[in-house]
Design a protein around this ligand. Structure first.
Ligand code: ADP
Ligand code: MG
Length: 351
């Protein structure tokens, strides 16, 4: 608990404290920056945070998941430290206000479950509350948190993660239109069970491959004459144009993934479990064959999950490692999990 850590570290109770969930993206990968629709769900795992404003211009930050107390000047830039995300959020709220801050999180970081969005959204909300600033909408908080990742940290991510963690409660999902940021909250049917496993493969989002995919998508959109790739119809992939082979492949993923998300929402509305599962499997194949963001180990885990009886399975998150999400019938959840974990060496149950 961040409250206990706060008390132990700073010798007093915090002024404010709060909890923010992580998220798992059920379908719609790498299309939040292409204007596509996405379908994330908030996790029961999250980030606990406690804050007190202090009369100083330093932020003293502790985290149960990292060593030591980070002491940061509010005017500092990001410097590849774990405390960068919370520092960026605190500095955005007030450029010279000092803080005592404590974090404790159950979201494994760097796994595609949006610990970074939970930290920045949580810090923005709490710091504003502590300073008695007007409450912002979920959308305003999400856009501010995204700008911290984009401009302060330097990760060119879309807005899906921040929207999901700022607007949803655990177990709720949303269909998010990433062009208008309009969203519809969706209740998951009780007999549908989404299970997250870590693949054991670790990845780095800021290592350039994410940015490279993004740049290729923007180049393809320009050649297809649209602002954002997901505005192009599927037929655009078949007509003569001057896309390079790589651009055509990346465009194929983005455009078909958007269509799969729309179909997945319809499957949810119709409680069509097998239809939704099939779309997850197709989404994984598209990430593997056209977007080239999976790894052989993850491809194998997805196959094993389905062989063991999952209705659908796919990698989730930015790719090159991280987690897979499987859809199983709630009645068969335990038997599926036992079979899967026996066969899937290296996969670790997350939630
Ligand atoms: P993810 O897929 O989990 O969002 P990122 O690489 O985008 O992975 O973000 C991970 C970063 O978020 C960490 O390096 C750290 O800066 C911050 N973070 C995540 N969890 C914590 C935590 N428990 N305490 C402090 N900072 C955290
Ligand atoms: Mg992140």
């Amino acid at each position: 608990m961040s409250l206990k850590l706060f008390q132990e570290t700073f010798g007093e109770a915090p002024a404010v404290s709060g909890w923010t969930p992580g998220r798992v993206n059920l379908i719609g990968e790498h299309i939040d920056y292409n204007g596509g629709a996405v379908l994330p769900m908030a996790l029961p795992l999250g980030v606990d945070m406690a804050l007190t404003p202090i009369e100083d211009d330093l932020a003293q930050i502790v985290s149960a998941q990292f060593e030591g107390v980070a002491v940061r000047q509010l005017s500092e830039t990001a410097s590849h430290q774990w405390s960068d995300y919370i520092l960026g959020a605190l500095a955005q709220v007030s450029p010279a206000q000092g803080w005592h801050a404590a974090i404790d999180s159950s979201i494994p970081f760097g796994s595609g479950l949006s610990s970074s969005a939970a930290v920045s959204v949580g810090a923005l909300r709490l710091a504003r509350e502590a300073l008695h600033l007007p409450k912002l909408s979920a959308k305003e908080i999400a856009l501010t948190a995204q700008s911290i990742e984009n401009n302060f940290i330097g990760v060119p991510c879309g807005v899906m993660d921040q929207m999901a963690v700022s607007a949803l409660a655990p177990g709720e999902a949303m269909l998010l239109d990433t062009q208008t940021l309009a969203f519809e909250q969706i209740a998951i049917p009780e007999d549908w069970c989404f299970v997250v496993h870590h693949s054991g493969v670790h990845r780095e989002l800021s290592d350039g491959r994410y940015a490279e995919r993004r740049a290729t998508c923007f180049a393809a959109a320009e050649k297809l004459g649209v602002n954002l790739l997901c505005q192009a119809p599927i037929s655009a992939l078949e007509i003569e144009n001057n896309l390079t082979d790589i651009e055509r492949q990346r465009a194929a993923h983005a455009i078909t993934e958007h269509a799969r998300v729309i179909a997945a929402k319809a499957a949810l509305d119709q409680r069509n479990l097998s239809g939704f599962g099939k779309l997850m499997i197709e989404s994984h194949a598209s990430m593997r064959d056209d977007f080239d963001i999976t790894t052989p180990a993850i491809d194998q885990l997805v196959d094993v999950s389905v062989e063991c009886g999952a209705i659908g399975a796919r990698m989730t998150g930015g790719g090159f490692g991280g987690c897979i999400v499987s859809l199983v019938d709630a009645g068969h959840k335990e038997s599926w999990r036992k079979r899967f974990e026996e066969r899937a060496a290296g996969a670790k149950f997350i939630c």
